[in-house]
Write a new protein. Sequence first.
Length: 305
Amino acid sequence: MTKQSHVINIDGEYSFPRGFTISDNRVEDMLQRYLAPSEYAVWRQYLRFWGSNKKKAYPSLAYLSNVTGLSEKTIRKCNKELRKKKFLTYISGGPGRSNLYTYKSIEKIIKYYYGSEDAKKLELEEVAPIREDSLNTKKVNEILGQLTDIESINVTMFVSCFKDRYTERYGYPYELDEKDAKVLINKSRDLFDADKYINLIDTLFKTKNAYIEKSDRSIYFFFRPTVIKALISEYNESDKGRWEAQAEKLWNEIKPKLANDKPEHSKVENWVRKNTRLGSANKKRDEHVVMILVKRVRKYLGSNL
């Protein structure tokens, strides 16, 4: 077998599987100017994968961080920009799995940046992300159809918040699967405490906990007892967690006063400020505590009419 037979040609890109890759000079001459240095470094890694793996690349964030020297957070931003600038498209691997990045030919990228305005308009339409394994949406809907109306409202609110935070963190949509749907059915009653779970979702996607950081951040994973315990602990140590503990203590102090002094709905906030001992060292904390107490008072008055 001759050496030439080892060469792979993909849309003009020549790759030598034994460890050498020849890149099209047009990358440096025509396209590099459109990318930040960090974006270019990440894209070059995808080019290496595409050259030897038939138009597909699925490197993990950890791998890309190791070979580029960039943080995973920076690589997520680079991936987002590379998609936005039309240098790549992808197939979502789903929660906790690497995306499958698909090859976009140099010719297409050049056409987008140097072609006619009509060509640019056609390219502006991003390829919708899909999963490698298709979801059984009908089955998911059947499972969630077991919820009562009020449970459905709470689950919908939770899922919407989870999806938003997931997209912010990873740059691609989150899709419910059957495993998620089943755990939501089992936990639907817990979700009446919407504020608690929204706070825990925020904590999930900001946490530096090594176990959580390296794991599958799906809804199914979120509801594991060890995860919930870790998130509650971490949230309680945050500013908001400490402020809510303070608000709970103040609530126990002012609650007895409501037996003889019930303010009108429109005057609850003034009543709370008048009857609550607050410092002035941290105005942000004080306003947060006041808003929590206003909610508690209005709820109490509404349930005791």
